[in-house]
Design a binder for this molecule. Structure first.
Ligand code: T4K
Length: 435
């Protein structure tokens, strides 16, 4: 094992040896059976059917229907395009209520179609849309609600369905994180008018890139299928607007390969989650976001909240230390969509109604998990966090006053494996985000 941290000088950010020789990522892909994948590729090449609703895509859709119990699972090229197609197929216009505490794709899918995402605050417990706030934001222009099952933890589906019904709104879920998750025993995919899963490389189950739109609505499913294929009803017969949102056969083959191992990926995630839970348990001010173990979860996100008042060290300072140790923790979803462009310019006051979102994006960080991360790695990560909190005062003093420390170009260089540092970057972590 690399050096155990005994004094602040041992931390890599101050020149000590990094805890890990290689970077540990949040979002390292889970890889299923190479043999299965390569065999399928051979078959795809032999058949010469590479795209356009081929047999692997159809098989992927069938398996998703089996997993979720949803009648129609429509494969698309990625979840962002899936959201766009679903938004269009549902006829959303004007304003749509959505959280800001999400990956920017949720907001962009609306904005891209000329719809205003009206950012709504979250319930601090669930980190998902707060239904009472949703209701407050409804105007005559509101046509729908997009809920996000953040980290795979379900939205308040009953309350949102009730609001949607009473106000005649469409209800769509961004279920990008929620493959393999359930709510009250029912698999995610079954809620609202439609739900959109992501099979991006970084997700628990990947199709390289990919998405699935799940719905029980026959007419909607037909529309989704046409819209992902330029609006074609049949050869030479375009019956409505459409785009190219098709999944290709290689992606579907990867999706099938991943699905075959989904249970074991989730089992490893669960073991990792329990290791984090155990090893972080008594660190004051560091709270692991828990999953309801009475439901199905994929345990794919290890989400911490750092309460600086208790830890003595901020979330960003902790991330800085972790990066230097080669633990590439992420600030998902900082700074919140409403503080990203174009929303920051278009809706400069949105933050005023998002107190819980604003607080959460400053405290939250995600740690590495998945099949590329071992329980031993996790023990080391937790030791670093514990050491940082136990020695917060001296570490903080060194970070704030030692201008010779040049921390990593974490988010700017694009090369996250490069722990060389820049003063500008330290500055970023010293100053709160501009409001
Ligand atoms: N809605 C929600 C709530 C979402 O979270 C997302 C996507 C979407 C919608 C849209 O779904 P898709 O259209 O993508 O299907 C990543 C993913 O790109 C994105 O899919 C995901 N959410 C988001 C949470 O995370 P970035 O910008 O953080 O990605 P990046 O490139 O920094 O990758 C994360 C880490 O994963 C890196 O440290 C390296 C590692 N990685 C990544 C890839 C792609 C690998 O080791 N291998 C790889 O192939 O957005």
């Amino acid at each position: 094992m690399n050096q155990v941290k005994r004094a602040w000088r041992d931390l890599a950010v101050f020149g000590g040896q990094p805890a890990f020789d290689e970077p540990l990522h949040v979002g390292r892909p889970n890889i299923g059976s190479r043999r299965q994948f390569f065999q399928q590729i051979e078959d795809i090449l032999d058949r010469r059917q590479l795209s356009n609703d081929g047999p692997y895509v159809q098989s992927f859709e069938r398996e998703l229907s089996q997993l979720t119990g949803v009648k129609h699972c429509v494969a698309v090229s990625n979840a962002t395009v899936g959201l766009e197609i679903a938004i269009r197929a549902l006829g959303l216009t004007g304003e749509v209520i959505a959280p800001s505490m999400t990956f920017v794709a949720t907001a962009h899918a609306l904005q891209w179609l000329g719809i205003t995402p009206v950012f709504c605050d979250i319930d601090p417990q669930t980190m998902n849309l707060d239904p009472t706030q949703v209701e407050v934001l409804i105007t005559p222009q509101t046509s729908g609600i997009v809920g996000v099952h953040l980290w795979g933890r379900p939205c308040a589906t009953e309350a949102l369905a009730d609001i949607a019904r009473r106000h005649n709104l469409k209800l769509l879920y961004d279920a990008a994180h929620a493959v393999g998750c359930s709510y009250k025993g029912q698999m995610i995919g079954n809620f609202g008018d439609a739900e959109v899963f992501s099979f991006h490389a970084t997700k628990v189950c990947n199709a390289l890139e990919g998405g699935i739109i799940a719905t029980h609505d026959d007419a909607l499913a037909g529309r989704l299928r046409r819209m992902r294929n330029f609006g074609f009803m049949s050869t030479d017969n375009v019956v409505e607007e459409g785009t190219n949102g098709k999944m290709n056969e290689i992606s579907a083959a990867m999706g099938l390969t991943s699905l075959a191992k989904l249970d074991s990926f989730i089992a490893e995630n669960y073991f990792n989650y329990k290791t984090y839970e155990r090893d972080l348990a008594d660190i004051p001010g560091v709270t692991l976001t828990l999953y309801n173990e009475g439901e199905k979860n994929n345990y794919h996100y290890i989400v911490l909240q750092v309460d600086e008042k208790q830890t003595g060290i901020s979330r960003d300072q902790l991330i800085l230390l972790l990066f230097a140790e080669n633990v590439l923790a992420r600030r998902y979803f900082y700074p919140g969509c409403h503080r990203m462009e174009p929303y920051r310019t278009l809706q400069p006051d949105a933050g005023l109604r998002l107190p819980y979102t604003e607080s959460l994006v400053e405290r939250t960080l995600c740690l590495p998990t998945g099949t590329a991360v071992s329980p031993t790695d996790i023990q080391k990560i937790c030791q670093i966090i514990r050491f940082a909190v136990e020695n917060a005062a001296s570490i903080r003093a060194q970070l704030l006053h030692n201008t010779t420390i040049l921390p990593t170009s974490i988010y700017e260089s694009g090369d996250q494996t490069n722990c060389q540092t820049t003063a500008a970057h330290l500055q970023q972590f010293r100053q709160p985000h501009q409001k």
